[in-house]
Design a binder for this molecule. Sequence first.
Ligand code: PGA
Length: 263
Amino acid sequence: MTDKITPIKRKPMVAGNWKMNNTTAEAAALAKDLIRLLVNIKGVDVVICPPFTALATVGAGISGTNIGLGAQNMHWEKSGAFTGEVSAAMLRDLYCHYVILGHSERRTLFGETDEVVNRKTKAALASNLHPIVCIGETLAQRKDGKTEEIIGSQCRNSFKELDAANFSNMILAYEPVWAIGTGMTATPQQAQDVHRLIRQLVQEQTDEKTALSVRILYGGSVKANNAVELFRQPDIDGGLIGGAALDADSFAAIVNAALPSTI
Ligand code: PGA
């Protein structure tokens, strides 16, 4: 892989992770504002990921627009005695096309391992959902100089047995845990270095074309005022946005920052 800007043009994506926020009425209002603000956006894939309870309402609201619908989690089994869980087919039923998997909050607060993330990723792909698979190191791991090792093992284990065709339907997200919701953003160079590493790891597992085609989003305190510098990095293909996705103007500004004409 060369150090030059990669020759394959990847369409940027900006995805909003609403986390456990917004009732159905609030979610519908936010979606309505986003439709208005983003109606003319063509150069960026825009995805919003409301909580499960608002998926149907938001999905109906954005139907026929240029905004895609994603969920924040799912179970790997098709159905059965899994109280409180939701399957890939249930998400498809609500016109979801994306699902965030392995978010650091799922990993740290709910004990999700790489093995679980791997199972969920395979289940999502089998149901024609595009998984947005998150990986990232903690502050302690970065301080100990273990970033590469952690990213390496998360990629190898979360992406176990996935092939080139699988990766062509996936989106990856590098989210340093220390940058999520903290206001501390990775510098564009820090983020770029890890994105390049992830791309190399995908190449080792598949081939160069697949590695150069897969979109890798950056997440962790992305705001309108730091998005352009991050998105300008050659291996950063957009963002996974938490806090700033809850405000329509902020999210729209970040989407605009990802336009090829801006960067
Ligand atoms: P943040 O969250 O933008 O609030 O840091 C990002 C995420 O958790 O996906």
